[in-house]
Design a binder for this molecule. Structure first.
Ligand SMILES: Cc1cc2nc3c(=O)[nH]c(=O)nc-3n(C[C@H](O)[C@H](O)[C@H](O)COP(=O)(O)OP(=O)(O)OC[C@H]3O[C@@H](n4cnc5c(N)ncnc54)[C@H](O)[C@@H]3O)c2cc1C
Ligand code: FES
Length: 261
């Protein structure tokens, strides 16, 4: 069931200068939160910015929901000022989330930048179900969630474009190597569009189908305003319009149509 109301912030952690986590009490009205679900967070008291901000769930327990947020503009800056004990207006869970099948034995998780947040939630969900996870996560600079991914993955690579404490490069290079020597039941990815585009390019050539958690500008978050409409493939030659907040934000790699560069 969808919840729309105020929840108390029970924990706050600063992960990096511009990345923080807010953990809120999970309202009893919410029964299931699946990996890949997001919530729309009110990010103002003054009416500006007007629209709520979509933020993925980066972990959930019986009593709590965790959000990991990177400060980009006014809304996320406002959220970064919130403290433990404050209340937050949230609506959700929203979106379709990832497809997870309990019969899966081994999967590959790919995350880039702040896109590792929902992938961390997925990792926790899958390891609870005893599904083995390999993971590759990449960052422009310093990584986050190193311990979580190292502890719970069977095999893990942490990659950075700049931080020489880690392997330098891009997720795609390591993805190509690992999928050649493994047979995964599913491959999940979330990250910047450039990363998802390269992953899809590589995977197409190998006949692989990825689950991609996509981002788009959103407003209502519930399928009513059509702000987040985008095109997806339909058959070999056609396309249809879908709402990223409702039919997505998870789409399979063989249905996604990326914007032209
Ligand atoms: C389904 C979904 C899940 C998301 N999950 C998370 C999450 O877990 N953690 C997180 O930190 N962020 C997440 N985002 C992105 C987050 O919603 C935006 O960063 C936020 O709305 C920006 O609001 P703002 O008011 O701070 O910035 P704005 O003032 O709205 O924008 C500041 C700048 O950032 C750009 N921008 C805004 N939104 C995006 C975006 N979606 N992608 C790229 N650039 C953008 C704007 O064009 C502008 O240049 C998610 C987005 C979607 C659609
Ligand atoms: S944000 Fe309104 S329809 Fe998707």
């Amino acid at each position: 069931m969808k919840f729309n109301g105020k929840v108390k912030i029970v924990n706050k952690q600063q992960l990096q200068e511009d990345i923080f986590q807010l953990t809120v009490e999970k309202p009893s009205e919410i029964d299931v939160i699946s990996p890949g679900h997001f919530f729309n967070l009110m990010a103002t008291t003054s009416g500006s910015p007007l629209l709520r901000r979509p933020i993925s769930v980066s972990n959930t327990t019986e009593n709590s929901i965790e959000f990991t947020i990177k400060v980009l503009g006014k809304g996320t800056e406002w959220l970064s000022q919130k403290r433990i004990g404050d209340y937050l207006e949230i609506m959700g869970p929203l979106g379709n989330g990832f497809d997870v099948n309990d019969k899966m034995e081994k999967v590959l998780l790919l995350g880039g930048g702040i896109g590792v947040a929902p992938i961390k939630g997925l990792l926790a969900h899958l390891t609870n179900k005893n599904i083995k996870c390999d993971s590759i996560i990449g960052f422009r600079d310093q990584p986050i969630f190193v311990e979580e991914f190292k502890t719970f993955s069977e095999y893990n690579e942490i990659i950075s474009e700049k931080d020489t404490n880690y392997k330098l490069g891009y997720v795609t290079e390591y993805f190509e190597k690992i999928v050649k020597s493994n047979n995964y039941d599913a491959i999940y990815a979330c990250g910047p569009e450039a990363m998802l585009k390269s992953l899809v390019k590589v995977s197409e050539g190998m006949g692989l189908r990825l689950q991609l958690l996509m981002e788009n500008k959103m407003a209502c978050g519930i399928g009513a305003c059509l702000v987040c409409t985008c095109k997806v493939k339909q058959g070999d030659f056609d396309y249809k319009h879908v709402r990223m907040c409702k039919e997505g934000p998870m789409f399979y790699s063989d249905e996604v149509i990326f914007d032209e560069d």
